[in-house]
Design a protein around this ligand. Structure first.
Ligand SMILES: Nc1nc2c(ncn2[C@@H]2O[C@H](COP(=O)(O)OP(=O)(O)OP(=O)(O)O)[C@@H](O)[C@H]2O)c(=O)[nH]1
Ligand SMILES: [Mg+2]
Length: 454
């Protein structure tokens, strides 16, 4: 394949920058750019070896930078092709210069995720592992990283592959009965048993989808409520820093503020919003509109109530509207000990989804974080294997539905052909998950989310 090149490290100033080349001419291009200290050509370097050298311009008369070269020859490399990594000094100008030299010598700019895409195309990794690479790069908590590294080691793929094998075995039995109806008859009770076992196992992993997605993509939690109830104070308390403006003038917050944080392993994007009210003031009205949109689009709604004021009719309206969402009622300003929020009434509206806090003293803030974390982790084991992308969840869901359909057909005494069709559907959904069967549109969608150079 043609040779691609990109800067694999973040843009900016740092210790080193790495320019990565992969493809048929990677060694030849690197050979023309780099003069090794020991005098031998780059092309003669052994695979998985490192050497010191200098990057020189095309005419060979100007040194661009001193560098360390790593050569990994295909097929035993990340992409499965010849890969050269050039470690130069970490400045944007240096890396750009080295990269543009590689382009002039015949490499072309890599697309986002193209190195990993080649690793998949060349059979180095499966599709779930490629997605795990992205999950690892974007992990913002230890729990997220742990899950992603399990998937990168192929644990999810291995499990799915084993389910696929079991379905293929069942299909072989059924196919035998279809081909030789006089001599072979599939034992339907045994088929049912085996399918039910499979169904239980797929369900168990699918149940952990909210956890897996929350860890890999993070959870958006949005503070909303009437003006002046204490949202911004709580926003600051939850972030342990003075981020948002707090005043006693209602309508202080206008734009949506957004900060990343972590609550007991759960990556969280916390949003502070304008107080919800009818207003004739143009800027504030725009803020209120943004607040409503942010709440509608977020994963968790933190509905803030002021304990010095109590529950207002519009509070009840909002809480009831969001009853079916992940909505937690947060009673704040409890340090003032006014107790105007009737907890009995609140429990009737929200069940056990409420918490008492104080943005001023920090009371209850950890409790709030734990409650949100447990909405995703629940009582389950946060380290249990879970799917890490919406695509994987969709494949598992389809496999489960087809298995359910096959079970239904078996129980209702349908023909072998019809059962086989459902089982083929289940197997093909599982094959999509690991990438044994996948369209190029799906690949485009997956790898476009990667950064260039990965
Ligand atoms: N004692 C006490 N005062 C608080 C607490 N939370 C907020 N306040 C005060 O309540 C007033 C409003 O607080 P904010 O955090 O700005 O309220 P808000 O909900 O963000 O207000 P808007 O952005 O205008 O909607 C300020 O004077 C805060 O100091 C609290 O937990 N305890
Ligand atoms: Mg505010």
């Amino acid at each position: 394949m043609d040779t691609i090149a990109a800067i694999a490290t973040p843009v900016g100033t740092g210790g080193i920058s790495i320019v990565r080349l992969s493809g048929h001419d990677a060694l030849a291009i690197a050979g023309r750019m780099i003069r090794l200290r020991k005098g031998t050509p780059v092309g003669k370097m052994r695979s998985w070896s490192v050497a010191l050298g200098e990057v020189v311009d095309e005419d060979g008369d100007r040194t661009i930078d001193e560098c360390i070269v790593v050569v990994m020859k295909g097929p035993r490399s990340y992409t499965g092709e010849d890969v050269v990594e050039i470690q130069c000094h970490g400045g944007p100008a240096v890396a750009e210069k080295v990269l543009s030299l590689a382009f002039r010598l015949g490499a072309r700019p890599a697309q986002p995720g193209e190195f990993t895409r080649r690793a998949f195309i060349n059979g180095r990794i499966s599709l779930d592992e490629a997605e795990a690479v992205l999950n690892i790069v974007t992990s913002s908590s230890e729990a997220a990283l742990f899950q992603a590294s399990r998937r990168l080691r192929g644990e999810l793929g291995a499990l799915v592959g084993q389910w696929e094998d079991r379905i293929v075995d069942l299909l072989a039995v059924i196919q035998g009965a279809i081909d030789f109806p006089e001599t072979i008859e599939a034992d339907r009770n045994e088929l049912l048993d085996r399918l039910e076992g499979l169904h239980r196992e797929i369900s168990a992993v699918l149940e952990r989808a909210p956890l897996g997605l929350a860890l890999s993509q993070g959870v958006e939690a949005c503070l909303v409520g009437r003006p002046n109830v204490g949202k911004s104070s709580l926003f600051n308390a939850l972030l342990s820093r003075d981020r948002a403006i707090v005043t006693d003038i209602p309508g202080a917050t206008r734009d949506v503020l957004r900060e990343t944080t972590e609550w007991y392993g759960l990556p969280v994007v916390l949003l502070d919003t304008a107080g919800l009210r009818q207003t004739g003031e143009v800027v504030e009205a725009l803020g209120v509109e943004r607040a409503r949109t942010a709440a509608a689009e977020s994963n968790v709604i933190l509905y803030v109530l002021d304990d010095t004021q109590g529950i207002y009719p519009e509070d009840v309206e909002w809480l009831e509207r969001w009853r079916d969402r992940n909505c937690l009622a947060v009673v704040t300003k409890t340090d003032l000990d006014k107790r105007r929020v009737d907890l009995g009434r609140l429990k009737r509206i929200c069940g056990d989804r409420w918490v008492r806090v104080s943005g001023a003293t920090g009371f209850g803030v950890e409790d709030l974080k734990k409650k949100v974390q447990s909405m995703y982790v629940g009582r389950g084991d946060p380290e249990a294997l879970a799917p890490g992308s919406a695509r994987q969840v969709d494949c598992l869901r389809r496999a489960l539905e087809e298995t359910e359909t096959a079970i239904g057909y078996l129980e209702e005494g349908w023909t072998d052909e019809v059962i086989a069709l459902a089982l083929e559907g289940a197997a093909s959904a599982l094959m999509e998950l690991t990438g044994k069967q996948v369209s190029s549109e799906t690949l485009d969608r997956i790898f476009s989310r990667f950064c260039v150079g990965k």
